[in-house]
Design a protein around this ligand. Structure first.
Ligand SMILES: Cc1cc2nc3c(=O)[nH]c(=O)nc-3n(C[C@H](O)[C@H](O)[C@H](O)COP(=O)(O)OP(=O)(O)OC[C@H]3O[C@@H](n4cnc5c(N)ncnc54)[C@H](O)[C@@H]3O)c2cc1C
Length: 419
C-alpha cells in the first residue's frame, strides 16, 4: 500500500463534516493546498436549528461562528454551488469532476452528507434538510395553517412541536406502532406518545400514507386528511450517487469505513466522514452516520490518520453514537446503539396522560438480552444522566451495569457499573 503525506486535499461537501475537516487540517498543521467544494450556494451552516428553531431563528446558524474556525477562510480554494459529479481514484492522486472542470489532489475527504428521502409520487410533499427548505416551510406555515407531517422520527417530532407552538394545526401520521420506533423500538417510542396530545398535536400511528396530494393525504385505511402543507419526514439517505463506480457503497448508499474513516480496503488517500459514512466500531458494531456529533468528531480522526498514517488510534477515537433532540417540550440525549432484541430497563417513571409534564425525567437503558452488558442509554429531561451516560461509553468494551441499581433513579448511574 502506498502511503505518504498528501500535499493537497480536496474536501467534497461544505456542511458540518466538510467544514470540520478543513478546520482540522489546519489545526493539525497541514500547510498544503485545500480545496472545498459545496453543492449549496450558502456558506456552511448548522442543520439542527432548522427544525428546532424553524420559527424563532430564521437566519442560518453559520458554522464559522460555531466551529471556532471558518472553513471558507482556511481553505485555499472554495467553490460553492459546485456539485461533485464523479470521483476517480488513482494510485497516488484523486480527481473530482464538477460541471466547471475537475479538481486534482493527492487526497480526498468525502463529506457530501445526506438528503431527505421523498418516496416516488410524493412530489407534492415538502422535505426539510436545507436552509432553503426551512425558509420555504416558514413562509407557508402561518398560524391556522394545517400541516400533516408524515413520519414521527426525530425531525418529524421536532417540526410538529414547534409548528403547533406557532399556532399551526398539526397532524402526524406514523406508519409504525409508535413514534421514534426505528431509533428506540416500539416500547420506548410509545413513551413519547403523550407528548403529542400535550402539545396539541394529533398523532396517528400504525397508518400508512397511501397518497399525497398538494392539499392533503389519503391514509391506507381510507381516511382523508386535508392540509395546506404536507411534510415528508421519513428519513435521509447518504448523498453518494456521484461515487457510483469509484468506491464500493453499502446497500443504504453509505461508504463503509474503518476506525480511521478510510473506506474498506483503502485507498489510503480517501476518507469518508459524516452522514455518508458507516463506521465499523469496536464497541458498537456498525455505526451509521446521520447524527451531528459523528459529523463533528469523525473528521478530526480522519484527518489525523490521513496526515500521520503511522499514528495509533487514541482512547477517544471510537466515539459512541450520540444523538440529541429537543421535541414537544422535552430534551432527549441518546448514547450507544440498541438492538431491537435488547432488554429495556427504565430508570425513573415516565409521566403518562395528556398532561405529561417533563417532571424529573426518566432514562431508558438497553441491555443485551439476559446480560448486564449495556448497549444504549436514552436520557429524557434528565441532564444528570447525560454526562454519566457519555462517560460509560468511553472504554474499549461496552460497560457492565448492575441492572437493579441502575434502575433506581435516586442512585447515581455511574455507581451501578460492575465492570
Ligand atoms: C432539520 C435537521 C435537524 C437535525 N437535528 C439533529 C439533531 O438534533 N441531532 C443530531 O444529532 N443530528 C441532527 N441532524 C443531523 C445532522 O445535522 C447531520 O448528521 C449533519 O448535518 C451531517 O453533516 P454532514 O456534513 O455529514 O452532512 P450535511 O449536513 O448533509 O452536509 C453535506 C453537504 O454536502 C453537500 N453535497 C451533497 N452532495 C454533494 C456533491 N456531490 N458535491 C458537493 N457537495 C455536495 C450538501 O449540499 C451539503 O451542503 C439534523 C438534520 C436535519 C436536516
Amino acid at each position: 500500500m502506498v502511503s505518504a503525506q498528501p500535499r493537497s486535499v480536496v474536501v467534497v461537501g461544505a456542511g458540518l463534516a466538510g467544514s470540520r475537516t478543513v478546520v482540522a487540517l489546519r489545526e493539525e498543521g497541514f500547510g498544503g493546498h485545500v480545496t472545498l467544494l459545496g453543492a449549496e450556494s450558502l456558506a456552511p451552516y448548522d442543520r439542527p436549528p432548522l427544525s428546532k428553531h424553524l420559527f424563532d431563528r430564521p437566519a442560518p446558524a453559520w458554522l464559522a461562528d460555531e466551529l471556532g474556525g471558518d472553513a471558507l477562510a482556511l481553505a485555499d480554494e472554495v467553490r460553492l454551488d459546485a456539485r461533485a459529479l464523479g470521483l476517480r481514484v488513482g494510485a497516488g492522486s484523486v480527481e473530482v469532476t464538477t460541471a466547471d472542470g475537475s479538481v486534482i489532489a493527492d487526497a480526498a475527504v468525502i463529506a457530501s452528507g445526506s438528503h431527505a428521502v421523498r418516496p416516488a409520487r410524493w412530489e407534492a410533499a415538502a422535505t426539510l434538510h436545507t436552509a432553503v427548505d426551512a425558509a420555504r416551510l416558514r413562509t407557508r406555515l402561518t398560524p391556522g395553517a394545517r400541516l400533516v407531517v408524515i413520519g414521527a422520527g426525530w425531525i418529524g417530532a421536532e417540526v410538529a412541536g414547534v409548528a403547533a407552538a406557532a399556532g399551526v394545526d398539526v397532524t402526524v401520521v406514523e406508519a409504525l406502532g409508535a413514534p421514534l420506533t426505528s431509533a428506540l423500538g416500539t416500547a420506548v417510542g410509545a413513551l413519547t406518545e403523550p407528548w403529542y396530545a400535550a402539545a396539541g398535536v394529533e398523532l396517528i400511528t400504525g397508518e400508512r400514507v397511501a397518497h399525497v396530494r398538494s392539499d392533503g393525504v389519503v391514509l391506507a385505511g381510507g381516511r382523508d386528511l386535508d392540509a395546506d402543507v404536507v411534510l415528508a419526514a421519513v428519513g435521509a439517505r447518504p448523498s453518494t450517487g456521484w461515487l457510483a463506480g469509484s468506491l464500493p457503497l453499502d446497500e443504504d448508499g453509505s461508504v463503509r469505513v474503518d476506525g480511521n474513516f478510510a473506506p474498506r480496503g483503502g485507498p489510503w488517500h480517501v476518507r469518508a466522514v459524516g452522514d455518508v459514512s458507516r463506521r465499523v466500531s469496536a464497541r458498537h458494531g456498525l455505526v451509521a452516520g446521520g447524527h451531528w456529533d459523528g459529523a463533528l468528531r469523525g473528521p478530526v480522526i480522519a484527518v489525523r490518520s490521513l496526515l500521520r498514517p503511522a499514528s495509533r488510534p487514541g482512547p477517544d477515537d471510537d466515539p459512541a453514537p450520540y444523538v440529541f433532540s429537543t421535541q414537544l417540550g422535552h430534551e432527549l440525549a441518546m448514547f450507544g446503539q440498541p438492538d431491537p432484541a435488547d432488554d429495556v430497563v427504565l430508570r425513573g417513571e415516565p409521566p403518562t396522560g395528556p398532561s405529561a409534564a417533563p417532571g424529573d425525567g426518566w432514562t431508558a437503558l438497553w441491555f443485551s438480552p439476559g446480560t448486564d452488558v449495556l448497549t444504549a442509554v436514552l436520557a429524557v429531561d434528565r441532564p444528570r444522566d447525560v454526562a454519566a451516560a457519555r462517560r460509560l461509553f468511553t472504554g474499549p468494551d461496552l460497560p457492565r451495569l448492575d441492572r437493579r441499581r441502575a434502575a433506581d433513579p435516586t442512585l447515581p448511574l455511574r455507581g451501578s457499573v460492575t465492570g
